[in-house]
Design a protein around this ligand. Structure first.
Ligand code: ADP
Ligand code: ASP
Ligand code: MG
Length: 410
């Protein structure tokens, strides 16, 4: 008998029929003698609908009130799933985040879980009751409902699994595991049997939204066994593991991540002296705008070009701030482009191999794709390209690194 936390995402909970499908899956685990704690998302599209309602009234309203509204999507889901479980002859009880004291900080809209009271949940499990917990929410120190950021139900599930010392945390979604890249962009993408936490964290941070970044961070830190599976078909899914595959024959690249909403800003001809980077990026940071890649290039005449990327949603504001700073610095010009995308290769195998970057650049060049910026770390290489080339870049690299081929038998 095992204690399992199962999380069902928005698509899996998207209709009454799908909720009954989730119910059948939970019931089959219970009937095999396992204890199951379920965490669920709002029905697909619901959180966006609620967000539009809130924005329609007062887009600049307080984050606390936004959270009050957004958290209701999950409240409907837990009730519906508990009713379905009851109909199937099981005992079930639904809980909102505040009802089981999922305590968070007060960063409304991106709150972090601080503790979970497991007493009620464990008592339910012992009594043969299936607890159905609302994902994406908790209770802030002042008693308000707080949400955990988009995709946050994954983090609820991992935090529950960690607090309950569950044997496994299963994330059920609309794909049957983690793929070499998003199968919606490259149909030849291949499911990975396993992936390391480190790689999964990079993939999630670089745009693969199959798992929320924080859930992977949390699972890695507290060593929660994590698996991504499909709620629509049976299979082993993908296990996220601590194990490092460090054999020289192992694949260089485990996966390709991408993000569409990048924007680039360039300041040309700024004086080459200490403090310039701080002068440009300081005010951008002060405006709470996150800067991702940064490239500074000194020309033969000693003048510097300074380029950085921000999220597309922050582009207009970042451009305005940069223009202000640039005129104070006597820079020649500020230019920008909002239609950029980032494509990243991720793999722990890169540690043992040189030449991944040049192979990447050659493949992109052969496809006629211009690289705007590059950034690297030990286990990833990212390039910024024009957004119109995003899909082509992903497919080109997927082929160039042989990701569609099953790994050679050991
Ligand atoms: P849920 O609503 O269940 O949380 P999400 O939409 O958040 O589901 O995550 C699942 C989606 O993630 C898939 O439909 C897929 O398009 C996307 N995705 C992006 N990158 C990958 C990847 N590397 N492997 C699998 N799915 C991916
Ligand atoms: N319903 C929330 C969202 O759409 C949380 C989640 O699905 O994980 O972001
Ligand atoms: Mg998700």
């Amino acid at each position: 008998m095992a204690l399992i936390v199962q999380k069902y995402g928005g698509t899996s909970m998207g209709s009454l029929e799908r909720i009954e499908n989730v119910c059948n899956r939970v019931a089959s685990y219970i009937r095999q003698g396992h204890q199951v704690v379920v965490a669920v998302s709002a029905m697909s599209g619901e959180t966006n609908r609620l967000l539009d309602l809130a924005k329609g009234i007062n887009a600049k309203g307080s984050k606390r009130e936004f959270d009050q509204i957004l958290a209701t999507g999950e409240q409907v889901s837990i009730g519906l799933l508990a009713l379905a479980l009851e109909k199937a002859g099981l005992r079930a009880r639904s809980y909102t985040g505040p009802q089981i004291a999922i305590k968070t900080d007060d960063a409304f809209g991106k709150a972090r879980i601080q503790s979970i009271d497991t007493e009620k949940l464990l008592a339910d499990c012992r009594a043969g009751i299936v607890p159905v917990v609302a994902g994406f929410q908790g209770i802030a120190p002042d008693g308000s409902t707080a949400t955990l950021g988009r995709g946050g139900s994954d983090t609820t599930a991992v935090a529950l699994a960690s607090a309950l010392k569950a044997d496994e945390c299963q994330i059920y979604t609309d794909v049957d595991g983690v793929y070499t890249t998003d199968p919606r962009v490259e149909p030849k993408a291949r499911r990975l049997e396993k992936i390391t936490f480190e790689e999964m964290l990079e993939l999630a941070s670089l745009g693969s939204k199959v798992l929320q970044i924080r859930s992977v961070e949390f699972a890695g830190k507290y060593k929660v066994p994590l698996r991504v599976l499909s709620s629509f078909k049976d299979g082993d899914g993908t296990l996220i593991t601590l194990e490092e595959h460090m054999n020289l024959e192992d694949p260089l690249i485990s996966g390709i991540a991408f993000s569409r909403d990048e924007a680039q800003i360039t300041v040309t001809d700024v004086p080459d002296r200490p403090g310039i980077a701080a002068a440009i990026l300081g005010p951008v940071g002060d405006a709470n705008i996150e800067v991702d890649m940064i490239v500074q290039n000194i020309g033969a005449d000693g003048a510097t070009d300074f380029t950085f990327t921000v999220n597309r949603g922050d582009y207009e504001r970042a451009l305005e701030i940069t223009r202000g700073v640039a005129s104070e610095l006597n820079a020649r010009a500020v230019s920008g482009a909002a239609d950029m995308a980032k494509v990243s290769l991720v793999g722990v195998g890169m540690r043992n191999h040189a030449g991944v970057a040049s192979q990447m650049f050659k493949a992109l060049a052969a496809a006629g794709i211009n690289i705007r910026m590059v950034s690297t770390s030990e286990i990833k290489i990212s390039v910024v390209v024009d957004e119109m080339y995003l899909e082509l870049a992903v497919r080109t690299l997927h082929k160039a690194f042989g990701l569609e081929n099953p790994p050679a038998a050991a």
